[in-house]
Unconditional design. Structure first.
Length: 255
């Protein structure tokens, strides 16, 4: 069994979205909607920057976008090890904490929770911020609470679960953290692409089903799709403040 990196809506699920709404129970703090997760992380980091403390501890197994967000926010990444099961060794992590450490970024790989209670206590004892990377999380729980509610802030990436053009959410749970970033509205062209993207994906999926096309595409098709889908996520300076498009926000508010 495979899980698509680009989920597609069926006609039925699209109709359900039209008549549904969600209160997003997994989000209890202040939330800010950005174009993607790395932009959300960048704006979260600049909101907690401190003079003299500029090290952010993050897992040595990562996709690379976290590193860029840390560096562009003026901080320095320091890597802690994770094992073959993507779990944290708390002793190894604790040994890396210094007077320059600002925050710990923990990633809930594939939606499985890290030891959030222990991490929260560790951050409290050392006066550090805890940031939850919930890019792989969709309404997952640890004990009686949703992941993303334990840290001082959390990052979500709904475009990994929904067939939408863009979407990254910064949630600030700590009331003492003031948001120092900026969110700009998407322009008309971006909003037009956002509305066309899920419809195009949906129609393509329906056509493939009707024609019983083979599941594998040619290398040229794959390369074209990859370029089309990832070009908009380049982390350039002009994208630091880009907000989510209207259709993507509408879809996120209905799951």
């Amino acid at each position: 069994m495979t899980v698509s990196a680009h989920p597609t809506l069926s006609f039925g699920s699209l109709l359900k979205l039209l008549f549904s709404a969600s209160d997003k129970p997994y989000i209890t703090g202040r939330s800010f909607d950005f174009k993607n997760g790395r932009t959300a992380l960048y704006n979260g980091l600049i909101s907690i920057c401190e003079k003299g403390r500029n090290q952010v501890l993050l897992p040595d197994y990562n996709c690379g976008h976290e590193i860029e967000a840390v560096l562009r926010s003026g901080n320095k990444p320091v890597f802690y090890p994770v094992d073959k099961k993507c779990q944290i060794n708390l002793d190894s992590l604790t040994a890396l904490i210094s007077s320059k450490t600002l925050a710990i970024l923990t990633t809930h790989f594939n939606g499985f929770p890290q030891p959030v209670h222990e991490l929260k206590k560790l951050c409290t004892d050392h006066d550090l911020y805890l940031i939850e990377d919930c890019a792989h999380v969709f309404q997952s729980r640890a004990f009686t609470r949703y992941l993303g509610q334990f840290g001082d802030m959390a990052i979500f990436s709904p475009r990994k679960f929904l067939p939408i053009y863009d979407g990254g959410i910064l949630v600030i749970n700590n009331p003492d953290i003031g948001f120092k970033g900026r969110v700009c509205s998407a322009d008309i062209a971006e909003n037009a692409r956002s509305m066309a993207y899920p419809i195009k994906k949906m129609l393509k999926a329906q056509l493939e089903q009707i024609m019983s096309r083979r599941q594998t595409d040619t290398a040229e098709e794959l390369q074209g799709t990859e370029a089309e889908n990832t070009a908009i996520y380049d982390f350039h300076e002009k994208n630091y403040t880009q907000g989510i498009t209207g259709f993507s926000r509408w879809a996120c508010n209905r799951v």
